[in-house]
Design a binder for this molecule. Structure first.
Ligand SMILES: NC(=O)c1ccc[n+]([C@@H]2O[C@H](COP(=O)([O-])OP(=O)(O)OC[C@H]3O[C@@H](n4cnc5c(N)ncnc54)[C@H](OP(=O)(O)O)[C@@H]3O)[C@@H](O)[C@H]2O)c1
Length: 110
């Protein structure tokens, strides 16, 4: 990804794979905007990133909030989607079907 590619948005960038991606992107010199729902987690994540990163709270299941998030970024060159965690995973006998379905649905956001 070239630096001229524009700001990179990372939905779900406050933890796990999304945060690791944001850290790599910042180290590679990219401007990054991370997002997640929890303000405390967002603050903690931003503390691990350098000045090229900013962040916003947004719930990716909320269409209106999501539109506002994208408008607030001023335009993104790329988007990484890493929302949801291990919900719906685990030993087969212990799986909760509702959680499995929620996990699948969440992976198709936004
Ligand atoms: N970890 C792995 O080894 C692995 C391997 C293969 C695939 N994956 C997939 O990669 C994705 C991320 O996994 P992870 O392990 O990095 O999960 P994670 O550590 O739980 O991170 C999930 C991120 O998404 C945010 N998030 C969750 N729901 C959201 C919502 N509705 N709106 C906005 N942000 C939301 C979380 O912050 P908030 O809770 O504050 O919103 C957090 O920043 C999942 O789809 C997972 O299945 C993970």
């Amino acid at each position: 990804m070239s630096e001229a590619a524009g700001r990179v948005g990372v939905l779900g960038g406050t933890s796990g794979i999304g945060l690791a991606s944001a850290q790599q992107l910042v180290r590679a010199g990219h401007q990054v905007t991370i997002a997640g729902r929890d303000p405390g987690r967002l603050r903690g994540a931003l503390a691990t990133l350098m000045d090229q990163a900013d962040g916003r709270t947004v719930d990716a299941t909320d269409r209106v909030a999501l539109d506002s998030f994208f408008e607030g970024t001023g335009g993104l060159g790329h988007l990484v989607v890493a929302v949801t965690g291990a919900r719906g995973g685990g030993p087969f006998r212990e799986l909760d079907l509702a959680e499995v379905l929620e996990g699948i649905e969440a992976k198709t956001l936004p």
